[in-house]
Ligand binder design. Structure first.
Ligand SMILES: [Zn+2]
Length: 126
């Protein structure tokens, strides 16, 4: 198996719901997103997927979140917009946008609120 990894950043505000503490108040982050792509077949150029192609997919998946208040954007109109839920949503969005001619899938998605705090989503169960 091969794995490639790409990061992207975006800016957005949020307010956690059902939470008592500073993060229930309106505040913003310069979010950092990392996407892990895996597959076992390389193309003629020896690549799993072109980083430029992956960057375009990631930016498209982030489009509705960038410079927005996450609580006002689906699927966070009703759900608390935590880093964990953001990672799961971006996992789903990027998975749906991967080019079908590439034999690849998303392994996991990372979302950093800051340099010290990261949430990761990957499918599975305990
Ligand atoms: Zn926050």
């Amino acid at each position: 198996m091969y794995e490639i990894y790409r990061e992207c950043t975006f800016a957005a505000s949020h307010q956690l719901r059902n939470y008592k503490g500073k993060c229930e108040r309106l505040h913003g982050h310069n979010w950092r997103v990392g996407i892990h792509i895996v597959g076992d077949a390389l193309d003629e150029a020896g690549m799993l997927m072109d980083f430029r192609e992956l960057d375009a997919v990631l930016k498209e998946a982030l489009e509705s979140f960038d410079h927005r208040h996450l609580n006002e954007v689906p699927p966070f109109i009703d759900e608390s917009p935590s880093s964990e839920r953001l990672a799961a949503e971006l996992f789903t969005r990027v998975s749906a946008r991967l080019p079908s001619h590439r034999n690849v899938r998303v392994r996991c998605c990372d979302v950093w609120e800051n340099d010290l705090s990261r949430a990761r989503y990957y499918p599975g169960s305990l």
